[in-house]
Design a binder for this molecule. Structure first.
Ligand code: C5P
Length: 480
């Protein structure tokens, strides 16, 4: 790998989810990323997401015995070309400015001998507060490249400076900071804003001048060999489960214990996940049917990700042409009534994810013989009747899974409708997606996770990545 090696410190703010997109962009541009997640950051994105996107282990604790023995946390920062803090919260920047080192992220930031860049994101008043202004000045004086935040509407409902800049602008800043003579490839300026675009050798016209990082200040201090930190944290010592009463992770294909993979990779081990996917076909006669458009790809990806996460998965699939994911038990159905029956038969489950595009209506009496097209005659009148709402029924049933999740495909007012749907159907979360574009049958999806208290919007990403992120959140929502 000749591209830049970035150590990405993900702080605890709502913009943390954008760090996922940043990881993808850096990698797409030829760089490699190792992520460090603060405790707050882990409330917004999980280690598994960042590990999946970066294809590197994610570091969360200073007292991680295994990592300490293998590499030494302090040395993590020495292996990077640049340390990027994104999002840099007000709290994280205050600690950086004060030289506080009370967790892995701040310890690395204090110990690194590499350039440091901070990408702030916070509420407008926090950004404009005298304390933050002072801290930013201190950091800049110490050689930290603090990017200016964007201005605009914020997640908290206010407006002003404090938004995380667009990911492509962050990448431009990174490429710029890495200086001359590096092998970094960047998007031409004309293409900024679009993530794709033909790559040219680095050298961005009008790019911000690279910061001089030779100022010997606290945050860029050059240190000697890192010494292993003492492994005193019982959580860290219990991080790798190898025995005792803990259930062993197993290979979903063979059913045999898989001792190579710890439970941190199988967060849904021991859980039963029920997924519905695809459309339903409601017969008009033996050759005709009513159906919604649905490829089944998102539901199948969720079933696959849940199986990878160690769950027992029952996938109740409407008529689709997709292979069964490894380790998944598949039940094929045609109509909504069959799907409802299969869901009931598959209970009990810990988690139900209803992704299927179930037809709202069926023909009250479907014809046993093919309806004849009487040339010139009146077309047949179809009497429709409502199908059972599988999601709403399950959510109200005595055997309700602990976590019930529905999907909402909308073409307008996506989040408002999803909020209403969540309440109406009794689901814990609704995953809302805007299907006004090329979502149906496409490979990418843009979703919003609508919970009782939050809306978490993910950037557009492949349906497999959406599935992994959702599965991690399922695991987080059902702690052991
Ligand atoms: O009402 P709407 O079809 O938009 O609701 C979508 C959500 O409800 C999806 O999770 C879908 O799988 C579920 N659903 C269901 N049974 C129906 C209709 C929708 O489970 N009859």
């Amino acid at each position: 790998m000749n591209g830049p090696r970035i150590l990405l410190v993900v702080g605890g703010g709502i913009a943390a989810y954008k760090s996922c997109e940043l990881v993808r962009t850096i990698r797409k541009e030829g760089g490699s990323v190792t992520c460090v997640l603060t405790e707050g950051g882990a409330k917004f994105v999980t280690p598994m997401t960042l590990a999946a996107l970066s294809e590197n282990p994610v570091h969360t604790t200073l007292w991680d015995l295994r990592n300490e023995a293998e590499m030494g946390h302090i040395q993590l920062s020495r292996e990077a070309d640049l340390v990027v803090v994104c999002p840099a919260t007000a709290d994280l920047m205050a600690k950086m400015a004060a030289g506080i080192a009370d967790d892995l992220a701040t310890t690395l930031l204090l110990a690194t001998d590499k350039p440091v860049m901070a990408i702030p994101a916070m509420n407008v008043r926090m950004w404009q507060h005298a304390a933050t202004t002072r801290n930013v000045q201190t950091l800049r004086a110490s050689g930290v490249d603090v990017m200016e935040p964007d201005e605009g509407p914020m997640a908290c409902g206010e407006f002003g400076p404090g938004r995380l800049p667009e990911v492509q602008m962050i990448w431009q800043q990174i490429a710029s900071a890495l200086g001359h003579g590096s092998s970094v490839m960047v998007a031409p300026e004309a293409e900024l804003g679009s993530v794709t675009g033909s790559m040219i050798p680095r050298g961005i016209p009008n790019a911000k001048k690279a910061v001089a990082f030779d100022d010997p200040a606290a945050l860029v201090a050059a240190k000697g060999e890192a010494r292993p930190a003492p492994a005193t944290d019982p959580d860290a010592l219990g991080h790798i489960l190898t025995g005792g009463d803990a259930p062993q992770p197993f290979d979903p294909l063979t059913g045999q214990p898989d001792f190579d993979r710890g439970l941190e990779h199988r967060p849904l081990y021991g859980r039963h996940v029920l997924v519905t996917a695809g459309p339903t076909h409601e017969p008009i006669d033996p050759v005709r049917y009513i159906a919604n458009r649905s490829s089944g790809k998102q539901g199948f990806a969720i079933a696959a990700a849940a199986a990878e996460a160690g769950a027992r998965v029952t996938l109740i699939a409407g008529p689709v042409h997709l292979p069964t994911p490894p380790g998944v038990e598949r039940v094929d159905v045609e109509s909504a009534l069959e799907m409802a029956g299969a869901v009931e038969a598959a209970l009990p489950a810990d988690i139900a994810v209803m992704v299927a595009a179930v037809a709202d209506w069926r023909v009250a009496r479907s014809a046993e013989q093919k309806l004849k097209n009487k040339n010139g005659g009146a077309p047949p009148a179809l009497e429709l009747t409502e199908n059972p709402d599988i999601l709403a029924t399950l959510a109200k049933s005595a055997g309700r899974p602990r976590l019930v999740i529905g999907f909402a495909a909308e073409t307008q007012d996506v989040i408002r409708y999803a909020r209403e749907k969540r309440v109406r159907k009794g689901a814990d979360w609704i995953i809302a997606n805007d299907v006004s574009g090329d979502v149906m049958g496409g490979d990418a999806n843009t979703v919003h996770i609508v919970t009782e208290s939050d809306v978490i919007s993910l950037p557009e990403m492949p349906k497999e990545d959406v599935a992994r992120i959702l599965v991690e959140r399922f695991a987080d929502a059902l702690p052991r």
